[in-house]
Design a protein around this ligand. Sequence first.
Ligand SMILES: Cc1ncc(COP(=O)(O)O)c(C=O)c1O
Length: 398
Amino acid sequence: MSSNAAAPAESLKQFQIPFFRPTIGEAEINSVVETLRSGWLTTGPKTKRFEQEFAKSVGAEFAIAVNSCTAALHLALEAVGVGRDDEVIVPTLTFASTGEVVMHLGAKPVLVDVCADTLCIDPDQIERLITPKTKAIMPVHYGGHPADMDEIHAIARKHGIHVIEDAAHAIPTEYGGRRVGTISDLTCFSFYANKTMTTGEGGMVTTNDQELADRVRLMSLHGISKDAWKRFSAEGSWYYEILAPGYKYNMTDINAALGLNQLERSGEFHQRRSAIVQAYDAGLADVEEIKLPAVRPDVVHAWHLYVIQVDIERLSINRNDFIKALNGAGIGTSVHYLPLHMHPLYRDRFGYQPSDLPVAQSAFDRIISLPVYPTMTESEVDYVISTVRSIVEENRGR
Ligand SMILES: Cc1ncc(COP(=O)(O)O)c(C=O)c1O
């Protein structure tokens, strides 16, 4: 395993065990430097290779590299024809991107509650929200656990709507023996700095549909008929045509260089994350006040996040105090997420009340994301376990 050569940024030193440390080795650094020296900085041969390797890794026919998962989601919705006054079904327990891209196209995100165990979109809550305006369902594989794709596809087929997966957390996730990346019309991945593999910033759209792939690629670069690198290299000419008002979402070769190395190491990263999860599960299994993350049968969990739920009814402190105690002990944490329907934008624009989606509302009061990343040492993992245990012991009972 290559060493973690990057010096930690100041902000990462805040906690003895930060919530996240990227795993960047000498190979990644050398690849980026080599790209800088190559004379080709933006979309070019490295991006092309990264697309090919990524497509192979998930078993998809087509992969289009972009500069974020947010861009990927935007392009995917555009490609299936989502537009003004349409509706898109989205889980409420997700990041800003999943909802905002719907609004960028003039459509309305219709928020759905989540399953109490996986915290992924609850398929039983979807059908009653489908209207003649519904164009797509966009499940999120929360934390790296797959959503109920069979049930979601059955609903989508019945109503003739598209499924676009927000797979920002899902490298590598499997559902029913299939790798996430080919299950739906389009799948969108994130390579943001704290994801399971990173390009610094970046994203990817995968699909098996040639027409959708062509549309995503076209719109990812100004709606022009040829990639910039083909225009200026020996493979192409100066001539291009603008076919649609596209976006500037292309990935650079600098990012792709990083991505190629990270992709190569993603199996090793997943093994290490899984080992940490096993240690957490074993070390916390008997703590009745802590609910551990669920794993349904026949899935592979990517373990982007390890989300525990504290039983606040059995403790004298609330979730925020629990986090303060962890932070006080030098352990970085996060909360994924304040549900979309509880944000001012959604409350004011669409009239949501916190109690409208009660499972997510209740989960929000309990969830804490613990650190889980390949460079965590065994003693760091043990320290997190013993700290969680002692916070519970000190605050047992109301
Ligand atoms: C569920 C989810 N969707 C989409 C995104 C957006 O990813 P990106 O930062 O690559 O745009 C994120 C990022 O954190 C996410 O967690």
